[in-house]
Design a protein around this ligand. Structure first.
Ligand code: HSE
Length: 400
């Protein structure tokens, strides 16, 4: 029997307990041993909860119990999760986490500590919720040189953009409705400003290059400036707008960014709607592969945490390889990246815009007082210089 502790009995933590209980037979069979929850750490008490007798308030009880071999860290945030995780790993206890913030900030250090102590730090649930994406990158695609990852990694913003597209509604109205329904947080900043997706692509990018991509270095733009009018144009162009998190290696240069992009109907991410997430991975031998599913939510996320528990149970005393060195990757600034841009300007700037941008495809969408067009391919730097000269209303990057 393998004794497990769950740290943090919130949405994901209670989901972990539920998954282990409901799928007991499957999980025990696949682990090769019975998985038993010995402790649940939380500041609160849970009177009436079927697992109330397992709740403890002092982390020492878990960290000093030699029977506990695996810990699920579902607390979130850096403090005190970082300290608890580090101490658990130093004590040789494997940790399975859904905490993207901690993984993005201290991933390589915690992996190293785990390996030095013959245990594991696994984080399948930290990106894409229940979608298997960390394990494919670590195990399944090992024959590949992965050169691009593009994903829809945030369910809240994908829900908002899908609603804006389907209902012609504006950002603020859809956000309000999403908050009322509990799909968006009361403080939605981390989602709508792209910070959540930024941490997730930092993790995937680090696994792609085997070195550390710091989330602070990733250019990040959210969806707060996207309007119902942008979708009017997008529809005319046979496109939609998605918040993409992407990472590319081109001629030895690494680019990573999070921003809204226009994508066309033939793009594999076009049909990824509502709270669903998806990740496209490009390998130099395989070409494209895509991973799709529920990127958030209690049971999907808990299922990914428990899949890590099973992996740890199968590897007690052994290290599961994960290539993520401490060495920081120097990202190439996005001003060097080139693409086409969709641009809106006031109607009286039409000739100046055409003169400045040279050849451009005009988009007719009968929006009063405006002129809109798509530029030729150019670098962000070139685009910004021209846009400043003209004085544009807005722009959205186009993903080819
Ligand atoms: N707020 C996140 C999302 C939750 O909307 O995708 C999962 O990380």
């Amino acid at each position: 029997m393998i004794q497990v502790a769950v740290m943090g009995y919130g949405t994901v933590g209670s989901g972990v307990v539920e998954v282990i209980e409901k799928n007991k037979a499957e999980i025990n069979k696949k682990s090769g041993e019975d998985i038993h929850i010995k402790y649940i750490l939380d500041l609160r008490d849970f009177p009436g909860d079927p697992y109330a007798d397992k709740v403890v308030h002092d982390v020492e009880q878990i960290l000093t119990d030699p029977e506990v071999k695996i810990i699920c860290e579902t607390m979130g945030g850096i403090k005190p999760a970082y300290d608890f995780t580090k101490r658990a790993l130093l004590a040789g206890k494997s940790v399975c986490t859904s905490n993207k913030e901690l993984v993005a900030t201290h991933g390589p250090e915690l992996i190293k500590i785990a390996h030095e102590n013959k245990c594991n730090y696994l984080f399948e649930a930290s990106v894409g919720g229940g979608i298997p994406i960390i394990r494919p990158l670590n195990y399944s695609l090992t024959a590949e040189k992965i050169d691009a990852i593009t994903g829809i990694l945030n369910g809240t913003t994908n829900y908002i953009l899908t609603k804006m597209e389907k209902e012609g509604a504006d950002f603020d109205d859809v956000l309000k409705e999403a908050q009322e329904k509990g799909y968006a947080e009361r403080n939605p900043e981390a989602d709508v400003e792209g910070y959540d997706a930024c941490r997730k692509i930092a993790i995937l990018s680090s696994l792609m290059c085997g070195k550390n991509v710091k989330y602070e270095d990733i250019y990040t733009e959210g969806i707060t400036q996207i309007t119902a009018t942008d979708f009017v144009y997008a529809r005319k162009m046979g496109k939609t707008i998605k918040l993409l998190a992407q990472s590319k290696e081109e001629n030895g240069r690494f680019y990573a960014m999070v921003a809204p992009f226009m994508i066309s109907r033939d793009h594999p991410l076009y049909m990824v709607n509502d709270v669903f997430n998806a990740v496209c991975v490009h390998g130099n031998m395989l070409g494209d592969s895509m991973y799709y599913g529920r990127g958030a939510g209690k049971l999907p996320t808990a299922s990914a945490v428990v899949s890590d528990v099973v992996d740890c149970a199968r590897h007690i005393g052994k290290v599961i390889m994960c290539f993520w060195d401490n060495e920081d990757v120097v990202l190439t600034g996005i001003e060097q990246a080139s693409r086409r841009f969709f641009v809106r300007v006031a109607a009286d700037k039409e000739s100046k815009a055409l003169q400045t941008f040279g050849s451009a495809s005009v988009i007719e969408a009968d929006v009063p007082g405006e002129f809109a067009f798509v530029t030729d391919r150019m670098t962000e730097k070139e685009f910004n210089e021209k846009a400043e000269k003209v004085g544009i209303l807005s722009r959205i990057r186009i993903e080819e």
